[in-house]
Design a protein around this ligand. Sequence first.
Ligand SMILES: [Zn+2]
Length: 426
Amino acid sequence: MAVALVSGGVAYTVEERERDARDRPVATQTPTQTATPSRTATAVAARRVEVDTILLRRAQAVQTGNEALFLTDVDPANKKLIAAQKVLFANLVEIGFQEIGYSQAEERFNAAVMKAHGRTTYLVRVLMRYQIPQVDVAPVTTELGYTFINRAGRWVLTDDDDLDTDLGPGAHQEAWDLGRIEVLRGPRVLVAVEKGDTKRGRAIVTEATEGLAEVSSYWPRKWRGSVFVIALDESEVRDARFADEDIESAASAGSTFSSLPGADTADGTVAGAYIVINPNERDRVDEILLSHEITHVATADLGGYEPLWLAEGAAEYVSWRGIEAISGPGEVGKWEQEVIDDAMPTLSALPTDAGFYQNSADVYGVSWLAVRYLVQRIGLDHVEELYEDLAMHGTDQASRDRILLSRSGLTEATLWTSLQSYRPQR
Ligand SMILES: [Zn+2]
């Protein structure tokens, strides 16, 4: 028998549903039931199909701009959730996804959630797979946790945050999850701000466009993507947590994943990155800050295995080239000398990945100096090739050493000693 439910690319055969059902704990099963699925297994399989249908309906609602359809399966008794879902829906439509879909991952058991919502509670990890035009070169995945209950024979969504603390970093904290947003657009730029914060949004589009031009000018990799900048009045957006930082940063670039960490591989597959602005720094967003972050975005899809001194050094390199273009070589030379005189003596080696962002020494300055030195030694194009190789293959220290040595003639140790005696050409 090959009965298949096919709906918008989601296909479950009866066999697959039964396999899913068997994976789940079954309350009681008498020996006479072994030949046919138990009533519980059948109910679990039916629930899976019904919830799939709900998820499909929600995705269709976003694609067709149909709010009523989006709210059809939301628990009518939960007014707070309905209000929040209206905001979510408006945000999702505003983003303008090229592709959006939800699928059930595994069921999660939580006694407190079960107690709160009753015996029909179905708490499930949900994967949201989507693609923002131009921004995401391929579909990417983010996680959610949905709580469904059965009301009079019908499954409804009754909560959307019961699983949040058990999900990966940044889950359910995407730009569209946090209150009503407004999206501003430039040719290769998308900016999300609080609804009504239009003026700031436009200003950030302008700065990001200039930052993008700098990255194109000063970093040889030909990257054609678009930049997504999120500047909300929130200290926790995606995996950016500005509130509990020791050393406050103005912005961060956080990865997007075509395959989440732990799904196919431990590290996942990085597809790109979005920029999140510290809410306290939203008034000071300029092309210098953004050219640094956009350098991260324009190199994110390479793999992300490059050492942090190279990632941050390259981003600083691009951003300082931009400053040099505006104010001439004087300021850059002065800053370079300060790093040599003041920052270098506070370190005894190249900054390591571990503790990089907690380091009170000027690790950004030293990383920048290392990249400046490498550019002088092997040329910018070769530094960019070195970056690509390390980002793709620098999965452990031995690989990093081998790549760095073969492409620059240096190890991290000899690069450090070279930096100690480095006197820049003026
Ligand atoms: Zn950075």
